[in-house]
Design a protein around this ligand. Sequence first.
Ligand code: EPZ
Length: 419
Amino acid sequence: MDKIVVHGGHPVSGAVRISGSKNSALPILAATLLTKEPCVIHRVPDLSDVHYMLQILNRLGADVERASGVVTVRAEMVETIAPYDIVRKMRASVCVLGPLLGREKEATVSLPGGCVIGDRPIDLHLKGFEALGAAVRVHAGNVKVFAPELKGAKISLKGKFGTTVLGTDNVLMASVLADGVTVIEDAACEPEVVDLANFLNKMGARIEGAGTSRIVVEGVKELHSAEHEVIPDRIEAGTFLIAGAIAGREVTVTRARYDHLTAVTSALEACGFNIVGTNGAVTIRPNGSLHSLSLRTEPYPGFPTDMQAQMCALLATAKGDSMITENIFPQRFMHVSELKRMGAAIELDGATANIRGVNALSGAPVMASDLRASAALVLAGLQAEGQTEINRVYHIDRGYELIDEKLCSLGAQIERVKV
Ligand code: EPZ
């Protein structure tokens, strides 16, 4: 298990190129199961979560080839039972249910358990499949969905915490080959859902309204091969913008989508930073002192839950009191206890973190727990006095391509150490 050592106090500046989106690549790779013909996906990030998805596709019978960021999948024949030994490593594996149900009219995947960011139910996914005519059986930790045929239906994906991103993806993929029209109400509006819908339409699907809360799918008989480039990872881009805010003079993220980042850039401007976005590049510059802020995480286009931990790291040294309320995963505060080990003054009150700005953080050995919490600890280490050691770095490698090398290219003093 590697660890990352950050030597704080070194300013970062320059430009860093953003990778393809993890949360877009995973459902798009799953969607290649919907056709027997080959599909070519560009800008697939080199992440352990992507590696797991490619393993699952392979174990389901697909031929998978990867040449740097380009993945070719040819799923001429497919099994319908996803392998537990890989599925247990990645919750997002659940998004093979929809394409397998859509193509083979049955699928079995082990139920995703909880994780450090909280419970990860899939009741809304299953509600959508049942509306399309599938039966659902839960047994021995597995969920099996099967249907003699799938018929278009009207489905609402509204849940206790808003809508569901992978649930929208799953129902979308199950409905594209159903008989008739499916209307998904209260659908997720995330850019990653739009990217999946664009890929499915290239395959011959008939989807309208992706990016809005009402998506209409007209079922077709079959889908064909398609080629697609994954959108930039807006969470990676936001993470590097916060690196620039925490320790930067001027940092630019390139090959990014400014229009996917508005909630994050607005929050950073409210903290006192100057942001400029032009054709694929977004630049952050300090503009005086770092102000405190109150914000709440919300479904897109609101402030993303995947940026909450990184924002906590930034606001830990803002002047005054800040408050962040986590409305999507109310338990998603594993980073708080580790930031407090570095001197942050944060008190949790239910799903709200109350942050009193301190003058400086101090480096310390800390424990990574989930993907975004780990990134937040790296960001905190950039500004902390002294050395910060982040253990269990495999969490970061799930969702960030070469984060240490990219930060080094901006001038950070950071190294990966084999333990
Ligand atoms: C996706 O997870 C992302 N993962 C998450 O990013 C992201 O945090 C999340 O969407 C919210 O934006 C991928 O896309 C691979 P949800 P997903 O279903 O789809 C509840 C990262 O760091 N819910 O939108 O699994 C759920 O418990 C990861 O990259 C139900 O109640 O999340 C949560 O409170 C972490 N029933 C809320 O809805 C359901 O059937 C949103 O979950 C499904 C979800």
